[in-house]
Design a protein around this ligand. Structure first.
Ligand SMILES: [Zn+2]
Ligand SMILES: [Zn+2]
Length: 263
C-alpha cells in the first residue's frame, strides 16, 4: 500500500512524504534538518530508506532545511534545471550534492517513477510532481501555484491521490493586514491557489474518479483549516457529492505530522 503524509505544511515550511513498502521520497524540506528528522522518526521511517528529495522551487519554506540535511545524509535531489542552478549558485545545497534535472522524462527513483510538470509561481521554475508507485498507483503533488493550468489538471487527472494547495480565502486575504503589493502577489496567476479554485479542481478530479485528497500550504494569516474544509465540502455538496461517503479530504497540519493517507 502506498502512503502519503506531510511532516509539516504551510508558509513556515513544507515537507511531503510518500512511501511504498520500505522506500520513500520527500517533496521539499522547508524546516530545519532537526525538525525533518524528528518527523521521520515519528513515522518510523529510517533515513537509509529515503530514495530522493524532490524540490518544487527555491523559496525558503521549501528548501530551508536542505543544506544541513544534505551535509549529513547523501541523498539525490531532483528538480528543474533552473531551480537546481539557483540552489547551487546561492549555496542552498552543499557543493558535493547530487543534483538531477528531472524535466521532460520519466525518472526512476528507487521504487518510484516520477514526472515533473510546470506550475505557475513567482520562482525560477516551479514544478509539481506525479509519482507512480510499484503497485501501479499514482500520486500528484501541486503546491505554490497561482492557478490550475491545463498541464497541471492533466497531471492531477492521472492520479489516485492528489495533494493540492489551498493557500488563502479571498475575503480573508483582501480584508486582512497584508500590504497591498503582497495581496496582489498572492492572488496573481504566479502566486498561490485560493480555496475556491482548489475546491473546484477537486470537483473535477472527483468527477474523474479520484477520491483521496490532502489540502496543503494553508496560510496562517489568510485562511484557517476550518475555512478550507468547509469551502471544499460546500462545493462538493453543490455538485452532487456526499463528501463523507464519496471521498477522503484531509487538511494538512501546519506544525505536525498529519495522519497517513493510504492510496
Ligand atoms: Zn513559493
Ligand atoms: Zn511555499
Amino acid at each position: 500500500m502506498a502512503k502519503f503524509t506531510t511532516l509539516y505544511s504551510g508558509s513556515s515550511g513544507n515537507c511531503a512524504y510518500i512511501s511504498s513498502g520500505e522506500g520513500y521520497l520527500l517533496v521539499d524540506m522547508g524546516k530545519s534538518c532537526r525538525t525533518t528528522v524528528e518527523g521521520l522518526k515519528t513515522l518510523g521511517a529510517p533515513i537509509s530508506n529515503l530514495q530522493g528529495v524532490l524540490v518544487t522551487h527555491e523559496h525558503s519554506d521549501h528548501v530551508g532545511g536542505l543544506n544541513v540535511f544534505l551535509k549529513k545524509y547523501k541523498v539525490p535531489v531532483y528538480s528543474s534545471a533552473d531551480t537546481l542552478d539557483f540552489l547551487y549558485t546561492n549555496r542552498l545545497v552543499p557543493e558535493s550534492a547530487e543534483l538531477i534535472d528531472i524535466d521532460g522524462r520519466t525518472e526512476h527513483i528507487g521504487d518510484f517513477s516520477v514526472q515533473s510538470f510546470e506550475t505557475s509561481h513567482d520562482s525560477a521554475a516551479c514544478r509539481g510532481y506525479r509519482i507512480e508507485t510499484p503497485e501501479g498507483k499514482a500520486a500528484a503533488i501541486a503546491t505554490d501555484l497561482g492557478y490550475v493550468s491545463d498541464e497541471v489538471l492533466a497531471n492531477l487527472l492521472l492520479a489516485d491521490f492528489v495533494s493540492l494547495e489551498a493557500n488563502y480565502d479571498l475575503d480573508m486575504l483582501m480584508h486582512g493586514s497584508y500590504p497591498y503589493y503582497l495581496k496582489t502577489r498572492i492572488a496573481s496567476s504566479r502566486g498561490h491557489l485560493c480555496n475556491e479554485e482548489c475546491a473546484e479542481t477537486i470537483v473535477k478530479l472527483m468527477q474523474n474518479g479520484c477520491k483521496k485528497f490532502a489540502l496543503c500550504h494553508v496560510s496562517k494569516e489568510n485562511n484557517t483549516p476550518e475555512t478550507v474544509y468547509s469551502t471544499v465540502m460546500r462545493t462538493l455538496a453543490k455538485n452532487g457529492f456526499v463528501p463523507e461517503k464519496d471521498c477522503l479530504v484531509q487538511v494538512a497540519e501546519r506544525y505536525a505530522v498529519s495522519p497517513i493517507i493510504e492510496f
